[in-house]
Structure formats: C-alpha cells, structure tokens
Design a protein. Structure first.
Length: 272
C-alpha cells in the first residue's frame, strides 16, 4: 500500500511539473505584460486585448498560413519518400542495401548546423538560375527537411512486422509493385503513417533555425520566426507574446489529439 501511494504521489508530481508550463502559458495570455512579469498565476480578462494588439502589430495570419503550407508539404512529401524508402529497404533483397542503410544511419550523427552553410550556398546559387526554387522561397525550406534518416529507419523497423504474405497474394492477383505499396502496404500500415505524420508535422511547424536563415523577407516569415521577433524588442509585451505562443501551439495540439490513438499504436509498431 505504501509503495502504491508513493508511486501515485510521484506520478502526480511529475504530471503537475509537466503541465505547469502549458498552463502558465495559457494564463499569461489572459493577463497584461506587467501581470506576467509580476508572476500572476490567476486568469485575467485581457486575452481579447492581447489578441487585438498582436494582430495589429504583426501579420499573424500570413505567418500562420506560411507555417501551415510548409508543414503540410513537408509532411506529405516525407510520408511518401520515407515510406517508399523504408518499404524498399525491408522488402527487396540486395547485397548493397545494408551498406547504404548503414551510411544513411551515420548521417544522423551530422548536426544540421554543420550543413547549414553548404545548403545556403547551394540555394543561393540556385536563386540565380531558378528564383522560384532558391533563397526566400517555401521550396528552399521544404527540400532539405522533408525527410530524415530517422523517418526512413522508423518505417523500415515498422515494416519488419508487416505480413509479407499479403504481398505474395497481391502479386498472384496481378498487382504491380506500386500497386502493392499503395493498395496493400499503405492501408495496412496506417498507424505507422499516423505516427510519422505527427512527428513530421510537429518538427516542421516548430522548425526555427533553417527558416531563419533562408527566409529573408517579413511576408515569408513563419510562426516561430514571428514569435521570436516579438520577443526581440527593447520592451517586449509578454501578454502579447504568450497569446502568439498559444495560437502557434493550436495546430500541433489539434493534430496530436485527433491522432493520439494512432500515434501510440504506430510507435509500438502495431499493424492493422
């Protein structure tokens, strides 16, 4: 009994510590800046005032739309490319595939900061020949980030649990290899796709460093850049900043809560 009580107390304390920053963010968005700096922990009545001030001072909806566009394109391309790669690495036999896969995993050890300069130089040169694909475009944000070695590894590991007999049955029915992938593999692995989509969407939505470098005009600014810019003034309005942060977390929270069950199932590698 004492052991169980200790466990419940520990878990309750851990839950409170985990949820406190989120609650503080919401409460602060309803208070004025002076209340936030004084540590007020009671909800106020100034959310509408903060939101009005936010909308009048920055182009919130444009930044929101930019982030949404980048995140959706990144997620769609990541699911397509990473799932095809993970499926291919696991299903098809080749002497060189394990070598290629190991090299791919080694690339995970290279920090993105080490690749920023050559990436920027590449897109800077591309701007001269194809401005629509170069610096200060959504394409320049999406291309280097739309898939990762981790995502390919995630799909390959999940594919290990995929019943290969379904593919043999599909081949006997005359399906092409792409037909097998889109008509059998994708519907069967929907929980894995759900988990991968949440991971990719959240990562893309919260991406800060690369968009900061490659997006150079205010009209291309994303939500993380907008929030960062709000906090860089000489006297930041913390009520407005917290309001912007609350709004910026809504899409990721919505995506997670709508796909929570599929995310958990996908992370444990279930196949349905």
């Amino acid at each position: 009994m004492l052991k169980k009580t200790f466990i419940y107390v520990f878990l309750t304390a851990a839950a409170i510590i985990s949820i406190f920053p989120f609650l503080w963010m919401i409460i602060s968005s309803t208070n004025l800046s002076v209340d936030v700096t004084q540590g007020r922990m009671l909800p106020g009545s100034h959310f509408a005032q903060n939101f009005t001030k936010l909308v009048s001072s920055v182009n919130l909806f444009q930044a929101f739309g930019n982030s949404l566009k980048i995140s959706i394109w990144t997620t769609v391309l990541a699911l397509l490319i990473a799932s095809l790669a993970g499926y291919g690495f696991e299903i098809y036999r080749s002497k060189a595939k394990d070598v290629v896969f190991n090299i791919l995993l080694l690339s995970m050890m290279i920090p993105f900061a080490a690749m920023m300069v050559p990436l920027y130089q590449m897109f800077s040169k591309l701007s001269r020949t194809a401005p629509a694909l170069g610096v200060n475009t959504i394409v320049a944000v999406v291309l280097p980030t739309f898939t990762t070695a981790f995502l390919i590894f995630f799909f390959r590991q999940s594919t290990k649990m995929f019943p290969k007999e379904l593919l043999e049955a599909g081949r006997m029915d005359g399906l092409t290899e792409l037909g097998l992938f889109f008509r059998i593999y994708v519907p069967t692995m929907k929980t894995t796709f759900a988990a991968a989509s949440i991971i990719t969407f959240m990562s893309s939505w919260n991406n800060y460093l690369w968009p900061l470098i490659v997006l150079q005009t205010p009209e291309k600014r994303t939500i993380p850049l907008l929030v960062s810019n709000l906090g860089s003034s000489y006297s930041p309005d913390f009520g407005v900043i917290m309001t912007a942060i609350v709004i910026s977390t809504l899409p990721t929270a919505l995506v997670f809560f709508l796909m929570q069950k599929q995310f958990v199932a996908g992370m444990v590698g279930s196949v349905k």
